[in-house]
Design a protein around this ligand. Structure first.
Ligand code: UT7
Length: 322
């Protein structure tokens, strides 16, 4: 058993829907601007008392149910998140206890919007080398907890949610390859400049706020995602025409269409959830994967290209035979 495969997927979205019309009431923005520039129509916002582990727990349970996996079979849990419940214990440790997993390895990975694909790459390697038979991989974020609701440049973009997969050892290739990258020299373009060892310096009015130079991030994202999809196909000696589906990070419809164009794919080969979810950061790719799996859009045996780009900068991809 030298490979891992996706045995089941799950996801969770908070109940509260915030539409563009709702944002028009509190910001100098318009439904038309948001739709045209981002493709977003609405997003979900978690309750104040709803944490990342609350959302991830539901997504994780749904993935284990879909994979017909008993929690005791899980040999590793990896959680991609930038919004952990606590500084420590990690969200993965909190979830391990809440989901009734055995005393397996449990870790969080902070790679912003690429967090799920980073987590997937780690779990895939643990399974490939034989150290785990089944792994629970989760991407979750509650970025709305760090949004400046007076900043129209970021407030309209983000939403909350979680997605999960169970990976299991397999004789046949499921995950064909994963690729992860980062370029810390761009750290000033997107981030939250508050932390533990810097002294919890709060923003005026309290709390922490995400800051982004959106247009500069946009340009680097389009270029970088173009490079990583090439790298992924070349590594697997595949052609664009071998791909059945693109399951991209859901940050901006224009970035998604640029990547699809580069791959010569039509938009009916692309899983799009950004209209309903907004950018859910580490939750984005597994939420889209689960939506596509549950709706019957993607079928077993099809080739899926997953990609993400986020703060750090980080970027990542996975090529999957579903
Ligand atoms: O997932 C992590 C990675 N993040 C991303 O991938 C996000 C990447 N960036 C983007 O998606 C886009 O850059 C944005 C959607 C954030 C912005 O779109 P843009 O086409 O790059 O717009 P811009 O920042 O160049 O701003 C154009 C205009 C500006 O006005 P002026 O200076 O031309 O008068 C902005 O002030 O649009 C204005 N603007 C808005 N107007 C109405 C910016 N935000 C808004 C808004 N409503 N919400």
């Amino acid at each position: 058993m030298n490979y891992s495969r996706v045995a089941g997927t799950g996801s969770y979205l908070p109940e509260k829907i915030v539409t563009n019309a709702d944002l028009e009431k509190i910001l100098d923005t318009s439904d038309q601007w948001i739709r045209e520039r981002t493709g977003i129509c609405e997003r979900r916002v978690a309750r104040a008392d709803e944490t990342s582990s609350d959302m991830a727990e539901v997504a994780g349970r749904r993935a284990m149910e879909a994979a017909a996996t008993d929690p005791q079979e899980i040999g590793l849990i990896v959680v991609g998140t930038t919004t952990p419940d606590l500084v420590f214990p990690s969200t993965a440790c909190l979830l391990q206890a809440r989901l009734g997993l055995p005393d397996c390895g449990a870790m969080d990975v902070n790679a912003a919007c690429s967090g799920f694909l980073y987590a997937l790459s780690i779990a895939d390697k643990y399974i490939r080398c034989g150290d785990a038979k089944k792994a629970l991989v989760i991407g979750v974020d509650k970025l709305t907890a760090m949004i400046d609701w007076n900043d129209r440049g970021t407030a309209v973009l983000f939403g909350d949610g979680a997605g999960a997969v169970v990976l299991e050892a397999s004789d046949e290739a499921g995950i064909l390859s994963t690729h992860i990258h980062a370029a810390g020299r761009h750290s000033g373009l997107l981030g939250v400049d508050v932390g533990v060892s810097t002294g919890f310096k709060a923003e005026p009015g309290g709390g922490v706020r995400m800051k982004m130079k959106g247009n500069e991030v946009f340009k680097v994202a389009v270029r970088t995602l173009g490079r990583i999809v090439d790298e992924t196909l070349e590594h697997n000696q595949m052609e664009q025409s071998d791909l059945d589906w693109l399951i991209p990070h859901q940050a901006n419809y224009r970035i998604i269409t640029a990547t699809a164009r580069k791959l010569g794919m039509t938009m009916d080969q692309v899983v799009v959830t950004v209209d309903k979810h907004g950018n859910t950061s580490a939750g984005s790719v597994p939420l889209a994967l689960d939506a596509a799996a549950r709706s019957g859009k993607i079928k077993r045996g099809e080739i899926l290209l997953l990609e993400a780009f986020g703060g750090g900068f980080t970027w990542a991809s996975a090529l999957i035979k579903y």
